[in-house]
Design a protein. Structure first.
Length: 269
C-alpha cells in the first residue's frame, strides 16, 4: 500500500544513503506508506554534537569516526549526546565513551528487542521469495545489498534466512539480546499471515523451555472485524496467556509492505 505519489517521491532521498551514519538515527525515516517529517531542531543538534564528539573520541581511539561509531564506545557516545539534548534518559558516563574497556561493560546490560519476526515454513511466494521481498522481513537482503552488516556482505540470501532456525541464531547466539518479543502480521487470508497465531506461542514456549528462563515474549495479534476475533481474544487469554497484544491493519497491507523495495525507504531534509 503506497500513500506517497511519484511526484512526492522525487522530493525524497533514500534513507540508506541520506542520513548521517551513526549508531542511532538522527531523523525520522519512513517506508513509502507515509511522508517522513523533516528533521527537527533537536535532532539536528544531536547530529551536530555526534559528529563533533565522534571525531574527537575517534582520534583518541586511533580510528576513523565511522569505525569509532561501530564500537561499544561509539554507542556510549550516542547515549551521552542524547542525554545532553533530550535530558537524562540513559545511564551512561563520559568515561564509557572515552574508554573502550568501560564501554564493553555495556554488553552486560539488559537488551530487549521489542519487535522481531520470523516466517512460517509454508510462506506464500510474496514472503518467501528473497528476490522480491525487500522489506523488514528480509533484513538479510538489505544488509547484503546495502552493506549494513559487513559480516554477511556478499552472502546470497535464501529462504532459510527469515525462518526460525536462523532467527534463533541471529537473535540469541549472534547478538547480546537478553529478551526478544516475537510479534506477527495478519491478513484476511489465513495463509498470508507471517505465522499462525498458534505458532507464535509454540515458539515462545520452545525457546523459554530450552533456555530455562524467560527469554522470549509473544504477542497475540487482534484483528477487529474478522469473524470470531473477540472469541479469539478470550481463548488466547485462557490458553496462551499472551505477554502483549498487537493491533495491526489487515488485508493486503502486510503483503504490500513485505515486497517493498529497499530504495523506497525515504527521508526528507
Amino acid at each position: 500500500m503506497r500513500a506517497i505519489g511519484p511526484d512526492e517521491m522525487k522530493e525524497l532521498l533514500p534513507a540508506e544513503e541520506a542520513p548521517f551514519a551513526s549508531p542511532i538515527p538522527t531523523q525520522i525515516v519512513s517506508s513509502d506508506e507515509y511522508l517522513p517529517v523533516p528533521q527537527t531542531a533537536a535532532q539536528r543538534q544531536v547530529e551536530a554534537r555526534l559528529k563533533e564528539l565522534g571525531a574527537s573520541l575517534a582520534k583518541r581511539h586511533g580510528v576513523s569516526r565511522r569505525a569509532f561509531f561501530q564500537t561499544a564506545a561509539g554507542m556510549a557516545a550516542s547515549y551521552l549526546v542524547m542525554n545532553e539534548v533530550y535530558g537524562q534518559l540513559f545511564s551512561v558516563s563520559k568515561a564509557e565513551a572515552a574508554t573502550a574497556e568501560l564501554a564493553d561493560a555495556l554488553r552486560a546490560q539488559m537488551i530487549f528487542d521489542a519487535h522481531t519476526h520470523f516466517i512460517r515454513d509454508d510462506a506464500v511466494p510474496a514472503l518467501a521469495d528473497p528476490r522480491r521481498a525487500g522489506g523488514v522481513m528480509w533484513q538479510p537482503v538489505l544488509t547484503t545489498k546495502l552493506g549494513w552488516n559487513k559480516d554477511i556482505a556478499g552472502k546470497q540470501a535464501t529462504i532459510e534466512d527469515p525462518r526460525f532456525d536462523n532467527y534463533f541464531k541471529e537473535i540469541y547466539l549472534d547478538r547480546d539480546t537478553k529478551i526478544a518479543l516475537l510479534t506477527n502480521a495478519p491478513s484476511d487470508a489465513p495463509e498470508d499471515w507471517l505465522l499462525p497465531q498458534e505458532a507464535v506461542f509454540k515458539a515462545r514456549d520452545k525457546v523459554n523451555a530450552e533456555a530455562g528462563a524467560r527469554r522470549m515474549l509473544a504477542h497475540y495479534t487482534i484483528t477487529p472485524g474478522q469473524p470470531g476475533w473477540l472469541e479469539g481474544i478470550d481463548a488466547a487469554i485462557e490458553r496462551h496467556k499472551p505477554d502483549g497484544w498487537k493491533g495491526c491493519t489487515i488485508g493486503d497491507v502486510m503483503i504490500s509492505t513485505a515486497v517493498t523495495t529497499p530504495t523506497s525507504s525515504t527521508t526528507r531534509s
